[in-house]
Design a protein around this ligand. Sequence first.
Ligand SMILES: NC(=O)c1ccc[n+]([C@@H]2O[C@H](COP(=O)([O-])OP(=O)(O)OC[C@H]3O[C@@H](n4cnc5c(N)ncnc54)[C@H](OP(=O)(O)O)[C@@H]3O)[C@@H](O)[C@H]2O)c1
Length: 254
Amino acid sequence: MRTVVFGASGEIGRRLGETLQNRGIEVVAAHRSAGVDVYTGTGVARACAGADVVVDCVNVTTTRAKVAVDFFGTAARRIAEGAVTAGVGRVVCLSIINAADPAVNAKFGYYRGKGEQERVYRELLGPDVLRVVHSAQWFELAEQLLARTSLGPVAVVPRMRCRPLAAADAADAVADAALEPARGDVEVAGPEVIDLADLAKDVARQDHSPRWVVPVRIGGAAFRTNGLLPRGEFVQAATTVEKWLAGRGGQVTR
Ligand SMILES: NC(=O)c1ccc[n+]([C@@H]2O[C@H](COP(=O)([O-])OP(=O)(O)OC[C@H]3O[C@@H](n4cnc5c(N)ncnc54)[C@H](OP(=O)(O)O)[C@@H]3O)[C@@H](O)[C@H]2O)c1
């Protein structure tokens, strides 16, 4: 079986590629340094040729709705069209729990882009081909937010009440969605409800970071209440916050 991973060099794409290879699946790693650009369309048709499954794990780092909607919508269109032309039997789109819900994404431009991504895939592919994996936020997002939101001695991290999971567990769930004969969308989330800003504080303490982590309210009420939590059945990932922190090494002193 041949699977194309678009975004194969990213946080989850790397893990997904390894997971699939460990399951004996041939992986085509598609990203810009491999000559594939999902925004311009360069190399997409070549990557999809002869594939059984295509997985979209591409990303753009922005908080601007215009940029996110343009990138995710264009990339989804290029990938879906490439998959249809090549006769690919399954396309998996990796999205975020409730990101397409206007009540959740109204004040968060990045999630509006994820909404557009899901909309374009549903417009171009039937339910027999498309599977959307709606993942909760990953523990690793706390590390990324600390790195991206630092202003001198301060890291300004958004309050996000969610059920985060390890990116490795998310990669496992995406691999299952890609390979199992089952159809329909899937939600995957972690074992505990926490605020991601609190996890960022734990990560900073563990890393002996001199930065002062300041939680901020962004994204509207849905970010701080229940908007990011699964509303129905979901696949529960096994790795707990404590186990994930222990795997990073070093102590967390609270
Ligand atoms: N972080 C979370 O907590 C979370 C939770 C749920 C779902 N997700 C979703 O998971 C997906 C992947 O996120 P991530 O954090 O793993 O992303 P990431 O680490 O930022 O990696 C992005 C990937 O996309 C590729 N890419 C970007 N622009 C491209 C282009 N024009 N053409 C081809 N490839 C391109 C990058 O490769 P090159 O730069 O080499 O091209 C890289 O492989 C996103 O859609 C995100 O919304 C994330």
